[in-house]
Design a protein around this ligand. Structure first.
Ligand code: F6P
Length: 550
């Protein structure tokens, strides 16, 4: 497999030239005015997700150059290597096969042109574990005496199941509560434990490595609480979800569900780490979740690049980060159940692509991961959307809208959908105050009395508190309904778009060495907090240590 880093391709130079020669100053309002087909040209269906990419700062020429970039970088070969089970996580010598966790059982050789024989052994292990895990989930669902399930995990062992259980609450079994404890801050566990009784509680200790200090500390405290409250049957009240089954057993947990080192933590929701979700929505719901993701995998694996949604999103990400210089992306799900979706995507994107060296360890001369942040709409509108509309930085916004609601409250859904549409519209069209053209008017390039052309050629209203410059880009993802299937497809879409931008940047999106230093130093500081030994510390750390011990 040949990977070529983006800055070493001819397409990169062509994109730089195109940006300098006009693409930087593209005006979306003019693009729509001059092309009646723009919406059709820049929107598409992918499995279970419709995407409108037309309100983004690109045109057909830019997209062609970006597609050339993807080809020159070898994105297709890199993708095929992932689907062939190659060890593309080169710094850890591991394959990257979270997609296999949602592959149908007993797929025939040549399934959709896919050579399953490469990974037949792993696929059989996946389904053996899945069957066992779903059978256990059903047992717990049927067990009315268990009313509370507490997932103890952090990062990928928390954010995925938490996000999905909240998102699919409408499908959850009544009579069971799901709690998620991740923080080593004892306030979190303490607040949950106060609501529990040992005889009606099941603790799931979720940790790929079974060594993560936060999770192990919380797990030990949960076990101590259980014993102190008179709990006796650990086998019934504790289960572990881990690749390190031996460590779980040594910890005293006999009910374990394993997974494999070829599943990254932030990609592990589809594995045993998804057990809380399987308990909440049931085996059929969990299978539908996997099937939705698999549909998106097949789209990513087989669709031509120009109609491949993860590819188009990943290319836009590169275009915005490396050419426009946008430093962040705001995530705006217009569905309150998607409240942890922005946090989930934060880990997915920033732990995968927040790298400053390429896969060979060479320092990169260009930017990588943007910062991701956001809140469900309409709440964000009354908090930080001010900055999105009138701040000095341009932040591309990624909306998610869901057409059909699952409640019957009159008026709410229409109002919600009106808001998401209006926000995307407002970001693009802007508004000019009384001194300038009326709302919705497009000022001519070159400016008018109240407009100027900014450094990159964009139209900027000159001053005025009530002016909105507009021309601010957004992507609009639309689901028909929020169901296990559509959520699965949406999350797989996000995984693959992160793969695409990481491929183009030439990085390893599947390691996370950047989290190690803080872990090592925390151990040292913990010992110093206990002993008071401050020698060799920098002045600030030593000063704060003294205050914390006083
Ligand atoms: O600290 C980073 C990290 O390794 C994440 O990648 C991972 O999701 C999280 O910690 C939790 O790790 P584990 O599942 O091994 O406890």
């Amino acid at each position: 497999m040949t990977r070529v880093r983006c800055d070493r391709t001819a397409a990169w130079g062509a994109l730089q030239a195109a940006f300098a020669n006009g693409a930087a100053g593209m005006d979306l309002r003019q693009a729509f005015a001059s092309d009646a087909e723009r919406f059709a040209r820049f929107s598409q269906s992918a499995p279970h997700v419709f995407a409108d990419l037309s309100k983004n700062l690109w045109d057909a020429d830019t997209e062609t150059l970006l597609l050339n970039l993807a080809r020159e970088c070898g994105v297709e070969a890199h993708r095929d290597a992932m689907f062939a089970g190659a060890a593309i996580n080169n710094t850890e010598s591991r394959a990257v096969m979270h997609w296999l966790l949602r592959f149908p059982p007993l797929a025939p050789v040549g399934y959709n042109g896919y050579a399953i024989e490469n990974v037949a052994k792993e696929l059989s292990q996946v389904h053996t574990t899945l069957d066992a895990m779903l059978a256990y989930a059903q047992t717990v669902r049927d067990d009315a005496a268990i009313t509370d399930v507490v997932n103890i995990g952090i990062g990928g062992s928390d954010l995925g199941p938490q996000m999905a259980v909240l998102a699919l609450d409408a499908f959850a079994i009544p009579g069971k509560r799901f709690h998620f404890v991740s923080n080593v801050d004892g306030h979190e566990l303490d607040a949950v434990l106060k609501k529990l009784k040992p005889e009606s509680t099941l603790f799931l200790i979720a940790s790929k490595t079974f060594t993560t200090i936060e999770t192990m500390t919380n797990a030990r405290s949960a076990k101590a609480w259980f014993a102190a409250q008179g709990g006796t049957d650990t086998a019934r009240h504790f289960a572990a979800l881990t690749t390190n089954v031996e460590a779980a057993k040594a910890f005293g947990i006999s009910t374990t569900f394993g997974f494999w080192d070829w599943v990254g933590g932030r990609y592990s929701l589809w594995s045993a780490i998804g057990l809380p979700l399987a308990m909440a929505i049931g085996p059929q719901g969990f299978k539908a979740f996997l099937a939705g993701a698999h549909d998106m995998d097949e789209h990513f694996r087989t669709a031509p690049l120009e109609s491949n949604l993860p590819v188009r999103l990943g290319l836009l990400d590169v275009w915005y980060r490396n050419f426009h210089g946008f430093t962040s992306r705001s995530i705006a799900p217009y569905h309150s159940a998607l409240k942890r979706y922005p946090a989930y995507l934060q880990q997915l994107e920033m732990e995968s692509n927040g790298k400053r060296v390429d896969a060979a360890g060479e320092a990169l001369p260009f930017a990588t991961s943007p910062a991701l942040w956001g809140e469900p709409g309409t709440n964000g509108q009354h908090a930080y959307f001010q900055m999105l509309h009138q701040g000095t930085d341009v932040v591309p916004v990624e909306f998610v809208a869901v057409k059909k609601a699952r409640h019957a409250l009159e008026g709410h859904q229409t109002l919600l959908l009106a808001n998401v549409l209006a926000q995307a519209q407002a970001l693009m069209v802007g508004k000019h105050d009384a001194a300038g053209p009326s709302q919705g008017d497009v000022a001519p390039l070159g400016g008018s009395k109240s407009h100027a052309v900014d450094a990159r050629g964009g139209i900027t209203p000159t001053g005025g508190h009530k002016n909105f410059s507009g021309n601010r880009p957004s992507t609009f993802l639309l689901l028909d309904e929020l169901t296990p299937t559509t959520l699965g497809a949406l999350i797989a879409l996000q995984e693959h778009r992160v793969f695409v931008s990481g491929s183009i940047w030439g990085i390893n999106s599947f390691d996370q060495w950047g989290v190690e230093l803080g872990k090592v130093l925390a151990k040292d500081v913990e010992a110093r907090l206990l002993s008071g030994e401050a020698s060799g510390l920098d002045g600030s750390t030593a000063g704060l240590l003294g205050l914390l011990r006083a």
